[in-house]
Design a protein around this ligand. Sequence first.
Ligand code: IPE
Ligand code: IPE
Ligand code: MG
Length: 217
Amino acid sequence: MSLVDLRALPRHVAIIMDGNGRWAQRQGFLRTLGHREGSESVRRIVRASRRLGLDALTLYAFSEQNWERPQLEVDALMHLLEDFLVSERDELIARGIRLRTIGRRHRLPARVRGVLEAVMRDTEHLDRMTLTLALSYGGQEEIADAAREIARQAAAGALDPERVDVRSFGNVLPSMEVGPVDLLVRTSGELRISNFLLWATAYAELHFTDRLWPEFT
Ligand code: IPE
Ligand code: IPE
Ligand code: MG
């Protein structure tokens, strides 16, 4: 913490948490163990972000494309998500952190959705920091959904098509509710966006690190 210039903090940080599988495989463990270790990193980074005083932290936890992974791995990730929510609920409340999600939440298993929606309800009044989990999320999907919503409003006569502009999208993109991203981090050495926040990162600073997510501090 003493190395950080607190007067020059980004307001909104977004992270592509990558490298769990490689972290595990490097040590001869199953990939799912890497995800377990990765969820410890999530706890650590959420705490540190709150202590630094960030307004918003957005974490890429599960992409729309991650459904194509082996069923056992998807199941393990869903269990870890549920465990995270159950075990962090009190801590989020104690630290004043509001939890929200972006992405196609309806695709998540009902159990996970139940816990998720309960924690979202329990924290919706909190305002020290907003933690957004991108779950079943895709940046292109989000923009396509926004375009559909704008088209619907135009078709209903509530919006003049000639007036559709950048701001119209900002108004309907769920990821933009917490404002644009100032700093985007990707761990594990990959130099890709992988369909994360395509709109909100238009002017974000980009930081790529070779560190794998379970060892990111
Ligand atoms: C990131 O780690 C976690 C998720 C995508 C859910 P990976 O599982 O992608 O790990 P690598 O990239 O295979 O090492
Ligand atoms: C991006 O990582 C998705 C998340 C971190 C949740 P991936 O490992 O799924 O992305 P690709 O496949 O390397 O592009
Ligand atoms: Mg990966």
